[in-house]
Structure formats: structure tokens, C-alpha cells
Design a protein around this ligand. Structure first.
Ligand code: ATP
Length: 211
């Protein structure tokens, strides 16, 4: 797309676990684009004293805090995943705060950026579709996705499959996205597809992929 076409756009980036979203957003940042990262935001909001931290501690009590003041994530996960109603509460309550904070960042960037990106792993699952002019899906076939996840996070095949099952499949998401970026090949091929989506021939470097 040309520079003119790209102006005034908010583009959502999504995919599945280990599908290659970070590789895409690292490239976009290197090209000078602003990218909001939903996972990073959530982590920040769960730091001592921040909004999600306060909500969680109020609900679960002091015992979910470690001695150094940070959240005891394994204990929190145990509490959530052993009790469906706690999990539902957490998804809804945290989800609302995250949506609000993401909306604030979106509105701020809309004032200064012609185009910017928001990387939201659960974009479809959590109904962010309507925020975006375009949604780029970083797609990979299931077999490759499982292999990359096992490699990156040192999981066995059962653990990797269980993680995939907690999200919508990439074939389902494929039907909902406006643009598909196929990451079944090399990272260089991935980045080349992004570059051609940006403006069909932008000058860019893939040096950062080596080493
Ligand atoms: P998550 O949301 O789970 O953090 P992600 O979608 O951001 O994951 P990446 O971290 O970019 O995915 O990629 C997942 C793993 O697969 C990483 O270890 C990355 O180096 C590797 N990877 C990504 N793309 C390719 C590729 N085309 N070829 C080989 N390995 C790749």
C-alpha cells in the first residue's frame, strides 16, 4: 500500500502462541512504526501498586504476594485454574481494565501517528475487531506452531497442544482477518511479506534476524 493509503490507520496484529507476532512487531518498530503490545501492558499493570495488582490483591488477599512485593504468579494461576468461577471473574475484571488502558493508549497515539499497530494476541477472542481498519494475522500451520512452541518454551508435545487449545485455532482466525501473513517459511520471508504490505518496496534491512 502507498504512504497515502496507510495514513490514518490503526492496524491490529494478532496470531496464536508462537506464531511469529513478535518477529513482525520487532520489524515494524525498526521501520519506525509505533506498536502497542498488549502483553507488555498487562505485565506493567500487574506490577506492585498498579491497577491490576491492586484488584487482584484485594480479591485474593495478601497471600498472593511474594516477600519482594511482586505477585506470586504460580499461586495465582493455581487459584484461577482450579476454580472456573474465579477464572471467569479474573477474565472479566482484568479484561475491562485492560480494554480501558488499551483504549487510552490508542487514543493518545491516534493524535500523533498517521498509522500505528496494536499487537493483541486474543484480539478476536476478546472482541477487539471493531477497533481496527485492518487486522493482520500472523499465521502458521499447526504442526509448525507446535514445533516452534516446544522449541522456544522447552515443552513436550502434550503441553504445547494444551496451550494451543486455550486459544481459537489459526484456521478459524484466518477467516476473520483482513490480511494473512504466512510464517510457515523463514523469518526473512515473513518480514518480506510485512514490508510489501507496508508499501510494496519500502527499503528495509533483515540484518537483525542474523545471529
Ligand atoms: P508469543 O505470543 O507466544 O510470545 P509470538 O507470536 O510473538 O509468540 P515469536 O516469539 O515471534 O512468536 O516466535 C515464536 C518462536 O518461533 C520464536 O522462538 C521465534 O524465534 C521462532 N520463529 C518465528 N518465526 C520463525 C520462522 N519463520 N522460522 C523459524 N523460527 C521462527
Amino acid at each position: 500500500m502507498s504512504k497515502e493509503e496507510v495514513m490514518g490507520k490503526i492496524i491490529g496484529i494478532t496470531g496464536g502462541i508462537a506464531s511469529g507476532k513478535s518477529t513482525v512487531t520487532n520489524f515494524l518498530r525498526r521501520e519506525g512504526y509505533k506498536v502497542v503490545d498488549a502483553d507488555t501492558l498487562v505485565h506493567k499493570l500487574q506490577n506492585p501498586g498498579e491497577r491490576l495488582y491492586r484488584i487482584l490483591v484485594e480479591h485474593f488477599g495478601q497471600e498472593i504476594i511474594l516477600e519482594n512485593g511482586s505477585l506470586n504468579r504460580p499461586l495465582l494461576a493455581k487459584r484461577l485454574f482450579s476454580n472456573p468461577s474465579e477464572l471467569e471473574w479474573s477474565k472479566e475484571t482484568q479484561g475491562e481494565v485492560i480494554r480501558e488502558e488499551l483504549a487510552t493508549l490508542r487514543d493518545q497515539l491516534a493524535q500523533t501517528e498517521g498509522v500505528f499497530f496494536m499487537d493483541i494476541p486474543l484480539l478476536f477472542e476478546q472482541g477487539y475487531d471493531s477497533w481496527f481498519d485492518e487486522i493482520w494475522l500472523v499465521y502458521v500451520d499447526k504442526k509448525t506452531q507446535i514445533e516452534r512452541l516446544m522449541n522456544r518454551d522447552h515443552m513436550n508435545v502434550e503441553e504445547a497442544q494444551a496451550r494451543l487449545e486455550s486459544q481459537w485455532s489459526l484456521s478459524k482466525k484466518k477467516k476473520l482477518a483482513s490480511h494473512i501473513i504466512d510464517n510457515s517459511g523463514t523469518q526473512k520471508e515473513l518480514v518480506e511479506q510485512v514490508a510489501s504490505l507496508l508499501e510494496g518496496g519500502v527499503s528495509y534491512s533483515t540484518d537483525f534476524l542474523e545471529g
